[in-house]
Structure formats: structure tokens, C-alpha cells
Design a protein around this ligand. Structure first.
Ligand SMILES: [Cu+2]
Length: 163
């Protein structure tokens, strides 16, 4: 799902951040928006291609994969994820240090400015914990992602066949 306007972006920042952070972000958004030629769309944070693997079992943990494109000239961070099919979620990074790769829980996933972050099983991803129902191929559900600056963004997640 995509943000429609810079105004919306700014108001969401006020909802979610402290007053000082919101003010600074408002100024930043205003600069970004007013810098655009009339008629051009504003820069935004876009979440797309959300998917999970199909799973018959309930109460299991499954990774959620997403593509996050940050067109804004400021870094952001993914803080929280809520999905109706799961009780909890964590942000994970795969630690490729010595020994076998291992997943570690982290407080947020960094989204650098002007970049595209593709969550995947080898680096950053979201882990959905304790699924509440079976997930059948072509099933769809909507998750809410909360970003440090962009605020809450809803995105549709598709259930795909296990490879
Ligand atoms: Cu994980």
C-alpha cells in the first residue's frame, strides 16, 4: 500500500512521534514536498510484495517477507508489525558470524534514505510468532507496519506455496 500525499505523511508523524520529532519531520516533509515541481508526486515510503509461506500447522513461527522502498531523503526504521494471523512478531537479523548462521531479535530494522530494503531469510526479516490459524495458498491478510518517521502503513500479505 502506498502513501497518497505528503500531508498524510506529516500528520501520521505527529500521531506517532514526540512533538519535537514531529516538528522536525514536518519541516523535512515540507522541504521535500515544496521542492517538487507542481504536479509531481511527493516522495514516500512504499511497502509492497508482502508474503509468507503456506503452513498447515497452527502455533508456529514463520518469516514475513516484504519490500520497503524509502524515497525520502531521511532514514527511517521499522519498529513494529501487527498481523491478524499471529499473536506476536519480532524483527530479526541473521548473524553470519563464526559458526552456523543464527537469527537474532533486534529492536528495529533500519531503512536507509533513498533505498529499497528487501526483507529475506538471509538478512533482515520479520518473524511472525505463534500463528493463530492455518495459512493456505492464495490466502490474504492485512498487516500494519509501524515506522519511526512514516508512522503506520497497512500492507496486504499473500500466502504462497512453500518452495
Ligand atoms: Cu527469524
Amino acid at each position: 500500500m502506498t502513501r497518497e500525499s505528503c500531508g498524510d505523511l506529516a500528520w501520521r508523524a505527529i500521531d506517532c512521534g514526540g512533538p519535537l520529532r514531529a516538528s522536525l519531520y514536518l519541516i523535512a516533509v515540507a522541504l521535500v514536498c515544496f521542492g517538487q515541481v507542481a504536479g509531481a508526486r511527493c516522495k514516500e515510503l512504499i511497502v509492497s510484495d508482502g508474503w509468507v509461506q503456506a503452513a498447515d500447522d497452527v502455533g508456529i513461527d514463520i518469516p514475513l517477507f516484504l519490500t520497503i522502498r524509502n524515497e525520502v531523503d531521511l532514514p527511517d526504521a521499522l519498529l513494529r508489525v501487527r498481523c491478524p494471523v499471529t499473536n506476536f512478531s519480532e524483527k530479526h537479523i541473521v548473524d553470519h558470524g563464526e559458526g552456523a548462521p543464527a537469527m537474532r531479535s533486534i529492536p528495529s530494522i533500519p531503512i536507509p534514505s533513498n533505498s529499497t530494503v528487501v526483507l529475506n531469510a538471509r538478512e533482515y526479516h520479520v518473524m511472525l510468532l505463534q500463528t493463530r490459524r492455518p495459512l493456505a495458498v492464495d490466502d490474504r491478510f492485512v498487516c500494519v507496519l509501524v515506522f519511526e518517521k512514516a508512522g503506520a502503513i497497512e500492507t496486504e500479505v499473500e500466502v504462497r506455496r512453500s518452495p
